[in-house]
Design a protein around this ligand. Sequence first.
Ligand SMILES: [Zn+2]
Ligand SMILES: [Zn+2]
Length: 254
Amino acid sequence: MVAVKFGCGHGAAADDPMAVAIRRRCPLCMLLDETQRTRGDLLGRVVPAGRRALAVETRVGAEYDWQCRRGHDRFRATVIEVLTGPGCAKCRANASAPGAAAREAGMPFMKPGLRVGTSMTEQRLRVMLGERVRLHHRANAVRLARTFYGRQEVWPDILVAELRIAVEYDDPGRSRRAHRGLKEGSDVEKDEALREVGWEVIRVRAGGLGALGPYSIVCRALTADVVDEIVRLMTEIRGADAVDRLRVHSPAIP
Ligand SMILES: [Zn+2]
Ligand SMILES: [Zn+2]
């Protein structure tokens, strides 16, 4: 088998003359990005004996022994199960039981310090949208009725909490790969999880991405027209009265 050296530095040893170097990050690093976790988070969950191997692991299907974060027994699972599942057998049983989590489903809340990698365009969208409707700056996450990639919450790009509408900005990014393939599947799943708790999602799909879901705005780049269209879709989803209550009334330009 030919050894592969990935762009993240994982894979074949640097001095292996037979290794094939590829630019893409290894599958495990890609899954960490997708689930918004770091390798450090993962290393903090594996039992000490597995740390050295996991530090350079590239395969998402590799099995390790893990320490349950809620203090239950150790359990054996693959990396992908740990990153996307509810945890050990006891955690899994708890996750499917109706309880406090189910009652909080759909609640927006502030999750400090979790969102990483907010792009410049996303920030610009937030500013432009904020000029038209009042945005709830004290919430960045929505509680779900189920787990999504192992968590009971999602962090949409922008929350319009009063309307229970999330706005997502997607573009293929510099790599031309983001929001395609595996990521596209997880975007659809994220939207479904939000819909289950009474939210709706408007997606701005830029840079050649096609429509995804019923409220997609396909565009080349972010412009004022796109932001107007977001407000129009909000009106379509929740009605003019609800949206008018949030409108920012800027002084008329003479
Ligand atoms: Zn890697
Ligand atoms: Zn557990």
